[in-house]
Design a protein. Structure first.
Length: 723
């Protein structure tokens, strides 16, 4: 049965049909390769070039340099680190002529057409090398404009550049020169990544003036807000290597109270060995005016002399040892005792984030983990499979490693949501934490992971998730685009290719959340809405002669694609089982939905291949065996058998489940727990060969891991069901 690997590598050779063994190995591999890690914190200056709400940078040369001579140049310099070679899809929306160099080599120059058709997006595939990649953009000032909008080709695709100068490479942004007539030809590259001659022309990075430095840290950090009569917090940390007595001395003219590890201290304190948090509460006098001196620092001395203070976020930054937050009317005791690194500081309308001592300086969070701590729809499915696996194992008294992992992932996502909204509102519009949810314009952005969050909250402590649950609920129920009959469709998305379409996928992106949100709000009308979605989607996408679903309906052509993509059909019937599980027995739409469920079940059974798998395009046996849809059909059949939804003799469906799971263990899961044969996220086409030849199978894609785990859990439940 070999397809993705040799037979001897299949996990079946180790499990011998022991489903829990397979679940354990798959879960362990996933968690081991995607460990719990913190978000990356970086310094950030709000006075530099920022990404906008479309996730692209903007350089408005005429605003920055209003006196620039016509035909003069401005050079921009940014860099990006990559793990391997390849290409980066990049878009430029020019205001005038431009030229691009990557790693010292010219890769693109605009033509006269860029001036004639300004503001048209030009897509460029930039060549990328392993390590640092240096991007130089030269903009020319003409009567038509000066500068451009540039970066990601797709809204909400979260990639960013760092400052070119080595001293600033921890900070997102671009360096740029003043307008010049010089035709520079030597630029930074992998070998000469500083390029001193070019670096000396950079003018874009403001520094504190001598006058501002003399005012003191509190005065200059908060020079943009009124802090008179308010309170501000300053925070740092330090390490003691053995138990000792520490003396503390407040420097400067600020009225300051000190707290170590949440407890008030004065000039001496006995501490245990280890890492300690130092918090300073500064009371700003009501007589203070902007421009007055207001400075503070703290000197700590132990048995070995002065103790170094370290930034709580920027581990290796020796210059910015303090972070600051405020101003606040009051600071409560809970705020002092517990400062969560993932949450905003303060209460109610005064919530804010941490600043640093550079012009317009802040701490900014970036989720640079491959998967942990992210909010996206495939991870919603992945974690759903993991939490159900954890529940299965919990009944047998196994160590709760899997459940704790899921709980911590979701807890982190919940805790950082308010930060993400603050980031979006204050730093340009693009976020690097929860970039999908903070720029929500589709069901993909919210429903799947929102459903998972509500599911995990049933038996896990994930913090106060009510705000984020209602944020998602309000979007889906009140703001998501709908047809006249109330059915969801895609409209006015950043990803314009999707506009004017209805996708089978969106049943999963909405229904499981609506099922759980109805219980959360105790609002039964939400289930009515969910039921109506299936009725409306069936009208547009169901192909009754095959009893299969087309992937997409294109309203521009007023037809569906006619292509029964495997996972699109899997999303449909799996989501239908989610609804049938909670829909009241006497609901008026239940008989119609049960009929639809049985029609789909019969249609899918007719296209299962002899080896047990279902294929990427369900009615194309020469398309590849696809793991995620195979797993979804197992789940749907198992739930139908156990809940009595399937009509007639169910033995054929039991047999289909058993054949399918055996096929997954023999064809798609290897002995190390790797999952093969998963289609990546798709666009859509009317040509089935797009799905079979362009959407090729991937290894360990998150669209398949969780649902395969869930299929294994459902097989265990089905085997235990003896009726």
């Amino acid at each position: 049965m070999a397809y993705y690997f040799e037979d001897y590598k299949a996990i079946y050779g180790q499990s011998h049909g022991d489903i829990e063994h397979t679940l354990s190995v798959m879960s362990g591999r996933y968690i081991g390769e995607n460990p719990e890690n913190k978000y990356t914190a970086r310094p950030f200056s709000n006075c530099g070039l920022k990404r906008n709400k479309d996730y692209r940078y903007e350089f408005h040369g005429n605003e920055i340099f209003p006196d620039a001579k016509e035909f003069s140049y401005a050079y921009l310099w940014g860099k990006m680190k990559r793990e391997g070679t390849g290409s980066l899809r990049f878009v430029m929306i020019p205001y005038g002529p431009f030229k691009i160099w990557v790693n010292g080599k010219e890769v693109y120059a605009s033509t006269f057409e860029a001036e004639r058709y300004d503001n048209n997006a030009i897509t460029i595939d930039l060549p990328i090398e392993k390590g640092w990649n240096h991007l130089i953009i030269r903009f020319t000032k003409t009567k038509t404009g000066f500068g451009g909008e540039f970066g990601t080709w797709l809204g909400k695709l979260d990639y960013y550049f760092m400052h070119g100068l080595k001293s600033l490479e921890e900070m997102e942004g671009f360096d740029y020169t003043a307008p010049t007539d010089e035709h520079y030809t030597v630029f930074p590259n992998a070998e000469d990544n500083e390029c001193p001659d070019f670096a000396s022309k950079i003018v874009s990075n403001p520094e504190w003036t001598d006058k501002q430095l003399a005012l003191g840290s509190i005065a200059r950090v908060f020079n943009d807000v009124n802090i008179s009569g308010k309170k501000v917090l300053a925070r740092t940390r330090f390490t003691t290597y053995y138990p000792e007595n520490i003396s503390l001395k407040v420097l400067g003219n600020a009225d300051t109270s000190l707290y170590i590890d949440g407890e008030s201290v004065s000039d001496n304190v006995n501490l245990k060995a280890g890492l300690h948090q130092l918090l300073a509460l500064v009371n700003v006098p009501s007589s203070y005016k902007t421009g007055d001196k207001l400075d503070f620092n703290v000197e700590l001395v132990g048995k070995d002399g002065k103790i170094a203070l370290k930034n709580p976020f920027l581990v290796d930054n020796k210059e910015l040892s303090w972070i600051f937050a405020g101003p606040f009317t009051t600071v409560s005791e809970p705020t002092i005792k517990k400062l969560d690194e993932n949450s905003l500081v303060g209460e109610k309308d005064e919530k804010t984030w941490w600043r640093i001592d550079i012009p317009a300086g802040w701490i900014r969070l970036y989720n640079e983990n491959a998967l942990f701590g992210h909010w996206d729809y495939p991870l919603g499915v992945t974690l759903y499979g993991l939490i159900e696996t954890a529940r299965l194992f919990a009944k047998e008294g196994k160590v709760d490693t899997i459940g704790t992992y899921v709980e911590n992932h979701v807890k982190k996502a919940v805790a950082t949501f308010e930060y993400a909204l603050f980031d979006k509102a204050n730093f340009g519009g693009a976020t690097a934490v929860h970039h999908l949810l903070s720029s929500i314009d589709s069901l993909d952005d919210c429903g799947s992971f929102g459903s998972l969050m509500l599911e995990v909250a049933k038996d896990r402590n994930i913090g106060d998730y009510s705000y984020i649950a209602n944020y998602v609920g309000e979007y889906i129920t009140k703001h998501q685009a709908r047809l006249e009959d109330g059915c969801f469709y895609r409209k006015q998305m950043m990803h314009k290719f999707h506009n004017g379409t209805m996708w089978a996928d969106d049943l999963y992106m909405s229904i499981p959340f609506l099922c759980r949100y109805a219980a959360f709000t105790k609002d039964s009308s939400i289930l009515d809405d969910a039921a109506n979605q299936f009725i409306g989607f069936k009208k547009k996408l169901f192909m009754p002669e095959q009893k299969l679903m087309a992937h997409v309906y294109d309203f521009r052509r007023d037809m569906n694609t006619g292509v029964p993509w495997g996972r699109g059909n899997g999303w449909t019937i799996f989501s239908l089982t989610e609804l049938l599980s909670v829909l009241p027995e006497n609901h008026p739409k239940r008989p119609e939905l049960l009929k639809f469920y049985n029609e789909l079940a019969e249609g899918f059974l007719s296209v299962q291949t002899e080896d047990g798998m279902w294929h990427q395009v369900l009615n194309m046996s020469d398309s590849y065996p696809e793991s995620s849809c195979t797993s979804m059909f197992i789940c749907a059949y198992s739930r139908g058998i156990r809940n009595g939804w399937l009509e007639g003799d169910t033995d054929k469906y039991r047999k289909a489940c058993a054949k399918a799971w055996s096929a997954l263990e023999r064809i798609a899961i290897d002995r190390a727990g790797n999952l093969y044969g998963v289609c990546r996220g798709s666009e859509f086409a009317f040509n089935p060969r797009y799905y079979s030849e362009h959407l090729l199978p991937q290894l360990n894609n998150t669209h398949g891991i969780g649902i395969t785990l869930l299929a294994g859990v459902e097989m265990c439940r089905l085997n235990a069901y003896q009726k």
